[in-house]
Design a protein around this ligand. Sequence first.
Ligand SMILES: N[C@@H](CCC(=O)N[C@@H](CS)C(=O)NCC(=O)O)C(=O)O
Length: 206
Amino acid sequence: MSISLYYHPYSRAAGTVWALEEAGVPYDLKVIDIMKGDQKSAELISKNPMGKLPTLVDGDVVVTEASAIALYLADRYASGRLAPALDDPKRGTYLRWSFFAPSVIEPAVMAKGEDWKVKEVSAGWGNYASMLAAAESAIAGKRFVLGDEFSMADVVFGGTLRFMMAFNQIESRPDFKAYVGCLDERPAYQRAEAKNMAMRTELGLK
Ligand SMILES: N[C@@H](CCC(=O)N[C@@H](CS)C(=O)NCC(=O)O)C(=O)O
């Protein structure tokens, strides 16, 4: 069995490299030139009908959606290490903030940036201010989402905050900065960053 990640360093797949490094599994990167639109090739569409990155192929299994890929890797390859066991009550907090990232943070930021007119009571992401307050509550007084224990939830939730702050899409609140600073020190994150930077250089990107 081998793991392939359909990848471009300017995509969410860059964060998936961090998830793979944390899981500690061997993998190869299949570079897809999103500048040329290669994500819409028949090969990728046959795996991911959205024609988007990241797309992970693990043997016969295809997993898409950056957060799902990260949680899959943790459950399959690092259960009890990066993911609480299925009957561990900590799993509630783990899943809660892992799902919060793509289903609340991302659309709330997009809605604000694009000035979407939506009914807050119907929009699952509520509004930007309540999203920020909730995100802050997830890590207030803690090192990680689960307290002192790092987990894949931090790759998903923290990776989303890091990305949003880097592009000034959310304000860099002190709690967010301290939390992401702590994540940046992880050897797996640093290995992933080195790979992403090396790939950018190889592809002639900034
Ligand atoms: N819901 C997906 C979103 C994936 C996504 O939008 N990927 C972008 C790059 S970050 C992409 O592939 N864009 C190219 C396109 O849509 O053609 C996830 O969370 O993985």
